[in-house]
Design a protein around this ligand. Structure first.
Ligand code: PLP
Length: 413
């Protein structure tokens, strides 16, 4: 069976056939939305049994599903979504859904972090995740150790020397500089550390279509489902995906405490977006590649950052090794710095000046003054998030209209 075996069908079929039984939704071809906050037990014994399973007092027999109890624990739409998302992440067995990407990252951190330990993470990192490490994890005694994305020797050394290392978090490609980190090598370094850190990869930029961290040795893949999975800039969501049932159960037990499960309506929406993730991402990647390559050499641009334009031999190697396509994000470096970048943003007409990414409409933002404004001056200087950098998330519009729009905006600088 190719890739994963999901009851004998391939992932693109499994995403449409797994996890949903129409007979449980009065025959409806699409799942009903189950908004109930609580579920009725058949008997007091059944209630006792359900709680014994949820609290881990007794083990669920293989193949059996725990009875529904209360929607903060789980609910039918979360169960359907979690079943349907597994086949589109190569190597996955289990998933847990959250009400934002940050909720997924935070819950994964609090599941595996220990007091007096450390997290090794690549920089740059999404600003919210950096903030989580500095303002929440560190005061709880979990020391954050930054290692420059793409610098394999520095990452190896950081993992080797980290005291009581509990987590290695890689964000690759890095937001917004697209610097890539070799997932397999970092996972190898983690496996040699006696503390056996859990390797997590924020796969928001290239997954699930173009990069498969679980197959490269990662333990947990994290998503802001707000981005490509959701795909229409109309909802927030997050996902943690693993190849270990035991790991997802530990994460779910924290989710029960934090109460940050994705709500039924959003599960239903996200569920309907999954079968088109690869279609959308393919088109977005093609658009981004055409635009980035067409803009190379423009007099107002000192750099166009995109995987097919990488100059560095190591970056080219990592891209060739672990990515199937270059993806829908590119960044432009304006020679005139922040004034030129802002002038461009004021002049664009089709693309929208907004943070976030992965939607069907093209979005453009200035990371240094927005998404990454919380980084220290030192982190900004080290990570390449400069004053003149503008990040693009290509949508599915006709790329020729987008190019004409960018050219007129550039001409006005
Ligand atoms: C790479 C990355 N990870 C995580 C997040 C956080 O996701 P959310 O906004 O859904 O909480 C973002 C948001 O921009 C992101 O870009």
């Amino acid at each position: 069976m190719p890739e994963n075996d999901h009851a004998g069908v391939r992932p693109r079929t499994a995403v449409l056939t797994r996890g949903f039984d129409p007979s449980l939704s009065v025959g409806s071809a699409r799942p009903a939305v189950f908004r109930s906050s609580t579920y009725v037990f058949e008997s007091p014994e059944a209630a006792e049994h359900a709680f014994a399973i949820t609290t881990g007092k007794i083990k669920l027999p293989p193949g059996e599903r725990a009875a529904l109890i209360y929607s903060r624990f789980s609910h039918p739409n979360a169960e359907i979504l979690e079943d349907q998302i597994v086949p589109i992440e190569a190597g996955a067995t289990d998933a847990a859904v959250f009400n934002s990407g940050m909720a997924a990252i935070m819950t994964a951190f609090f599941t595996f972090a220990r007091p007096d330990s450390s997290i090794v993470y690549t920089t740059p990192l999404y600003g919210g995740t950096t903030g989580l490490i500095h303002t929440f994890m560190e005061p709880f005694g979990v020391h954050g150790i930054a290692a420059p994305a793409g610098d394999a020797a520095a990452i190896d050394e950081a993992i080797r020397t980290a005291h009581n290392c509990c987590i290695v978090l890689l964000e690759t490609p890095a937001n917004p500089t697209l610097i890539m980190t070799d997932i397999e090598r970092a996972a190898e370094a983690a496996s040699k550390n006696p503390s056996k850190p859990v390797v997590m990869v924020d796969n928001t930029f290239l997954g699930p279509a173009f990069q498969h961290p679980l197959q490269l040795g990662a333990d947990i893949v994290l998503y802001s489902a707000t981005k490509y999975l959701g795909g229409f800039s109309d909802m927030l969501g997050g996902v943690a995906i693993t190849k270990s049932h035991e790991m997802i159960q530990r994460i779910r037990s924290r989710r029960i405490m934090f109460g940050n499960i994705l709500q039924p309506d959003e599960c239903w929406m996200l569920d309907s977006r999954l079968p088109t993730v690869s279609l959308r991402m393919n088109r977005q990647s093609k658009n981004a590649q055409r635009l980035a390559e067409a803009l190379v050499g423009h007099k107002h641009l000192s750099n166009v950052i995109y995987p097919t334009l990488f100059q560095d031999a190591e970056q080219k190697r990592i891209y060739a090794k672990q990515c199937e396509f270059p993806g829908g994000i590119f960044s432009l470096e304006f020679a005139g710095g922040k004034p030129a970048a802002f002038e461009f943003l004021r002049r664009i007409r089709i693309a929208k000046n907004a943070v976030s990414l992965g939607g069907v409409e093209t979005l453009v933002c200035h990371p240094r003054s927005t998404t990454h404004s919380g980084m220290s001056a030192h982190e900004l200087a080290e990570s390449g998030v400069t004053d003149g950098l503008v990040r693009f998330s290509a949508g599915i519009e006709d790329w020729r209209d987008l190019l004409a729009d960018f050219e007129q905006a550039l001409a006005g600088i």
